[in-house]
Design a protein around this ligand. Structure first.
Ligand code: ZN
Ligand code: ZN
Ligand code: FE
Length: 764
């Protein structure tokens, strides 16, 4: 019996070779009909025997599913038979209605393309922009959906007859691959000096010259898939130091790239899971445990016990390494904390003083996308920065809202998020909004993504911090309803969103800075929350933080605050000035801070766990300044690695603001021990254990009171692998179900998703 059905498939089905697969499959099974992209995905009409139609559905969702496709829904309905139809064909895209189709992610070079690129007989031999339906640029080149070549930055490259025939041939693996190109018709590379003067233009000559420059210790700006990198030979001390100096990046570790696992092995320990992730289509930077005494220059990743490694993911990188390169520093092409640069002209202007030469190309990058960063928590990967390869895959909620929402995010490590239906589309990493360039980039990015996903927000969710740039931006969008969400509630809500969990749960927060409902700076909290409400069940005892924003850089400030709080009137600067001055800061600064505390000038009360890490890092001799976010806490984590000892006794006080962890005795003990010459490694170790104990006590007491047994962990301090690696199993041993974010970072990069989830739940 013959019948005709209509299939509506939503999800990531565009730009992943979906239609060609459908055509091949339909022809195989003798089905007739049509397929087209539409704004919610792909729609098909299929006509044939009941048996072949069933086989079609089965195979498309099983063995024949294109590797990059992801289905969210698969709806089937009957429709009237079309008489006289004899073929199955692709018809034009439909662009009416609401844009809901997923935009595909930028994907690393696939094995088939790699083989062709190495094959002298192939017409794309050594072509740096080879790609197919399974690999290549997507999100970074898309201007509009549905995803078709005219809506990408490839629009200006007319296909040559050879590419055209592959593009149009249903049997070819480049059938309707939108970025398809070759040496004859596609983008090309060229090499310039810092003034933009061409040094080489021919493909092989460019690659050879670029590699020679790198081998000679020069800094090369390389335009890649989602933006520029600054590259330098990672084994050349002087070159790495020069890059640090010129990039104005004094301490932050550099990421490394190579083309083979064997070249990584002298520097890091590689597990099978790490290999898989490094080779995955997402191809992120993976933080790997560093080998002791590696022969890397000190300047690559000072003080780190991990190294960020990635494999070549763009064909251009592969070709470059084939010129005999070993290991390159590949750091984002920007100055200090400015946005990643993706435009040739802008690169020459801004990176001219940094790089010695530029390897450019003419495939425009419409959206800059940083490399994603993954680390390991309890042997599972967790994203630290969600960008290339993951962006813009939406997070899906278990509920849906008709109104569109914009969530403005937080000011540090900003991302913003658009909510539409059941989708939360989180932007790539934007950066720190205090930088004027980053702020401009933020505004532009919101406009871009709103246009791309056709989002017209009628609700803007923002952080409760009145002075955040993101808050001010949200409030400046007049005629739109706004909703302020407490920072740590958003942290936990992001974890709930990822797990499609509505709450209520026990939310344990270990964070640096978040504006609290009482105007204090919160950061060590136990919340009871769902996506609709939260209450503060417990928190770390407050201390006074002198000096506002500087307090997160100069760690002596939180330390002085802790000392004042712990010793009260017994604390006088005279008695400990000599000892404190040994930890870094000069005496003048110390007395200034002391006066500030005594007179309560520019001081805020805080329960910030991040600042406690900072303070203890100074106390234990790790350093005195955060040159980049969380530098000192990371140092303290590394320090604890070789220590031993027990947790300090945990004191919990029932107060009117909740269950307060009083750390006074711990700090007093630590000071005494430090002055008696106890090993800092042991104190750092014991501190981590104490926090684990604190979190367990909060959770157990909250369980008794609220009969809840699910815990969610959030906040930037949980990027600390030692801490989360202890807290998770400890809670599980107490019988809790523990939720953590793995698709979203624990730091403020997840705030916008939490805000959007709360906004969306509030509306629905
Ligand atoms: Zn490919
Ligand atoms: Zn061509
Ligand atoms: Fe935070």
């Amino acid at each position: 019996m013959v019948k005709r059905v209509r299939l509506k498939i939503a999800g990531r089905v565009q730009g992943v070779g979906f239609r060609p697969t459908v055509v091949r499959l339909a022809q195989d099974l003798g089905l007739t009909g049509t397929v087209c992209n539409d704004t919610s995905g792909v729609s098909l009409e299929l006509q044939g025997t009941v048996q072949s139609l069933a086989t079609f559905s089965q195979r498309l969702q099983g063995v024949d599913k294109p590797p990059l496709a992801q289905f969210v829904s698969f709806l089937e309905e009957k429709c009237p038979i079309v008489k006289g139809e004899s073929v199955f064909r692709i018809i034009g895209s439909r662009v009416d209605g609401d844009v809901r189709s997923e935009v595909a992610v930028d994907t690393a070079l696939c094995a088939d393309c790699l083989r062709e690129m190495r094959d002298p007989a192939d017409f794309r031999y050594r072509y740096p922009f080879i790609n197919c339906t399974n690999c290549g640029p997507r999100y970074s080149i898309i201007k509009t959906v549905p995803y078709d070549r005219p809506g990408t930055t490839m629009a200006d490259f007319a296909l040559c007859p050879q590419c055209e025939s592959q593009y149009g041939d249903i049997g070819d693996r480049r059938y309707h691959a939108q970025p398809v190109a070759c040496t004859t018709c596609g983008p090309h590379i060229w090499l310039t000096d810092t003034q933009g003067k061409e040094l080489e233009r021919e493909n092989d000559a460019c690659l050879q010259a670029a590699a020679a420059l790198l081998r000679a210790g020069k800094i090369l700006a390389i335009k890649g898939l989602g933006g520029f990198h600054l590259a330098v030979d990672a084994l050349n001390d002087k070159a790495v130091e020069r890059l640090r100096l010129r990039k104005q990046r004094d301490h932050k570790p550099f990421a490394l790239m190579t083309n083979r696992f064997e070249k990584m092995e002298p520097f890091v320990h590689l597990s099978d899971a790490a290999r898989q992730l490094l080779e995955s289509p997402q191809s992120p930077i993976v933080l790997l445990p560093r080998r002791l005494n590696d022969r890397l220059p000190q300047a690559v990743a000072p003080g780190m016990d991990t190294l960020g490694m990635m494999l070549c993911y763009a064909p251009l990188h592969v070709l470059l390494f084939a010129e005999g390169l070993e290991l390159l520093v590949m750091t984002s092409g920007n100055i200090a904390d400015e946005p990643l640069i993706c435009d040739n002209q802008r690169a020459l202007e801004r990176l001219g003083p940094v790089a010695d030469a530029f390897l450019l190309h003419d495939r425009d990058i419409y959206r800059q996308v940083d490399d994603s960063i993954v680390h390991w928590v309890n042997r599972q990967p967790m994203l630290l920065r969600r960008a290339r390869g993951y962006m813009p895959t939406p997070i899906r909620l278990s509920h849906s809202t008709k109104r569109h929402i914009l969530a403005a995010g937080a000011d540090l490590k900003n991302t913003f998020c658009l909510a539409k239906g059941d989708q939360l589309i989180c932007s790539e990493h934007i950066g720190d909004l205090a930088d004027a360039e980053v702020y401009q980039h933020y505004i532009r990015s919101i406009q871009h993504l709103r246009a791309l996903f056709e989002v017209e927000p009628t609700l803007v969710v923002h952080d409760a911090h009145p002075a955040y740039f993101s808050t001010q931006y949200a409030q400046s969008l007049d005629s739109i309803e706004t909703l302020a969400v407490q920072h740590h509630w958003a942290h936990i809500a992001a974890v709930l969103a990822e797990h499609q969990h509505g709450g209520p749960v026990i939310g344990l927060v270990a964070d640096g800075t978040g504006y609290g409902s009482d105007g204090a700076i919160w950061g060590g909290e136990c919340l009871i929350c769902s996506l609709t409400e939260f209450e503060r069940f417990g928190h770390m005892k407050n201390f006074i933080l002198p000096g506002g924003d500087q307090a997160s850089k100069e760690a002596i400030r939180p330390l002085m605050g802790l000392l004042h709080q712990a010793f009260g009137n017994d604390f006088t600067l005279d008695r400990c000035i000599e000892w404190l001055a040994l930890l870094g800061p000069d005496q003048e600064k110390l007395s200034l801070i002391d006066q500030q505390l005594n007179k309560n000038l520019n001081c805020v009360p805080t329960s910030s766990m991040g600042r406690m890490f900072d303070a203890l890092a100074v106390l234990l001799g790790v350093g005195s300044h955060n040159f980049f976010d969380a530098q000192l806490p990371m140092g303290l984590e590394v320090l604890a690695g070789t220590g031993s000892g027990k947790a300090y006794p945990v004191v919990m006080l029932a107060t009117e603001t909740g269950l307060v962890w009083d750390w006074t005795a711990m700090i007093q003990d630590m000071i005494v021990q430090v002055r008696q010459g106890a090993a800092p490694v042991d104190l750092a170790f014991r501190f981590h254990h104490t926090l684990t104990e604190v979190f367990c006590q909060w959770a157990c007491l909250a369980r008794e009171r609220f009969s809840l047994s699910t815990v969610a962990l959030g906040g930037g301090v949980f990027c600390n692998r030692r801490l989360i690696g202890q807290v998770m199993p400890a809670l599980e041993a107490h019988g809790f179900e523990v939720l953590i974010g793995r698709q979203l970072p624990a730091n403020d990069g997840c705030i916008s998703v939490g805000q959007a989830a709360i906004g969306s739940r509030t509306l629905s």
